[in-house]
Design a protein around this ligand. Structure first.
Ligand code: SAH
Length: 329
């Protein structure tokens, strides 16, 4: 396409690499776990999804127990988080009676895995438009980091956009003059798609009632810097290597999604009782199995691992009180 049409902006490149119907990374494979390219929190331990389940039940109660209501997961991967969430919610039969599960997922391969996992007890959507109009709890874990970003570069006060072109048969990054109103010299990332999707989620919450829990790695305050990265078999590589064959993500700029309160993943999970739950489950294990299970929880909450880099944001409908463990800002 670049040879035929010329260099393309980074966001278009990223969007094609991940979502092209035939060649897109997510469209053609199951990328998760030890045998894949990267591992996400729900794949690390069942307690992650369980804690989200406890949060959802309490959120639903705080919102006045709407019945029916939609539980919408954005980019559910293998469907593991939802399976763990619904199992934990068995403690609240009224919640399970009221819930209507929906998935927003672009990948047919992953949709199939999700169907198998959930025994088809859900409705699938390619985008938010077709979601039902009812009170909604949104969950998004490592969804926004997979959405395309533009990169702008300020050099001596001049504004440029980063494009992907071809030179001597190789993909190369280049700069194209831009009218982006930049700041100090440096690289700035803008994800229009993320901002649009966050805005759609908020509109739905305002119109129908509800809340959203957004979990991802990234920063709470906007900062300059190139955070776009590629991963293959658990190792970093160039985003220009093997387009469509490697995962490409970027750090999420939470302040651009919403000004809602944010906690570190470690604080959030601890407040939801992850340590107690882990100890309880570990009683039934021993040896290597017990060691690995405890290490998995540690990986999720430890500040040097996922505990601080990952953030959790909670958006609630206007006028509703914030949902535990978040506090109004
Ligand atoms: N939440 C899962 C998977 C994270 S990977 C987990 O934590 O394991 C990103 C997920 O988002 C994948 O399921 C991918 O197919 C989906 N996805 C990426 N971009 C999307 C888009 N634009 N629309 C819908 N789904 C998308």
């Amino acid at each position: 396409m670049i040879e035929a049409e010329g260099p393309m902006p980074l966001d278009r490149y990223m969007s094609l690499c991940l979502g092209h119907p035939q060649h897109g990374y997510y469209m053609t494979r199951d990328p998760f776990g030890a045998a894949g390219d990267f591992t996400t929190a729900p794949e690390i331990s069942q307690v992650f999804g369980e804690m989200i389940g406890v949060w959802c039940v309490n959120a639903w109660m705080s919102l006045g127990q709407p019945s029916p209501f939609a539980l919408v997961e954005m980019g559910p991967g293998r469907g593991t988080l939802m399976a763990d969430l619904l199992r934990a919610a068995k403690a609240a039969p009224e919640f399970l009676k009221a819930v209507d599960v929906h998935f927003v997922e672009m990948s047919p391969v992953l949709q199939k895995l999700q169907r198998e996992k959930l025994d088809a007890h859900a409705t699938w959507h390619a985008s938010l438009e077709s979601l039902p109009n009812m009170p909604t709890l949104f969950i998004a874990n490592e969804f926004f980091d997979a959405l395309p970003v533009q990169q702008f570069e300020m050099r001596s006060g001049q504004s440029f956009e980063r494009y992907v072109g071809v030179s001597n048969g190789q993909l190369k990054m280049g700069l194209v003059a831009s009218s982006w109103p930049g700041g100090a010299d440096g690289v700035y990332e803008v994800s229009q798609v993320s901002q649009n999707i966050a805005a759609e989620m908020k509109e739905r919450i305002e119109a129908c009632g509800g809340a959203a829990l957004i979990i991802d790695y990234g920063h709470v305050q906007s900062a300059a810097g190139d955070t776009v990265q590629a991963m293959h078999r658990h190792k970093y590589c160039s985003i220009l290597d093997a387009p469509g064959e490697v995962d490409i993500t970027s750090h999420v700029d939470f302040s651009k999604l919403s000004s809602s309160p944010t906690l570190s993943q470690g604080s959030f999970l601890k407040a939801m009782g992850i340590v107690m739950r882990t100890e309880k489950l570990a009683e039934k294990l021993d040896g290597e199995e017990k060691k690995n299970f405890l290490a998995a929880t540690h990986r999720l909450i430890d500040a040097a691992q996922m505990g601080e880099l990952f953030k959790v944001m909670c958006v609630v409908q206007k006028g509703a009180t914030q949902i535990y463990p978040f506090e109004a800002t």
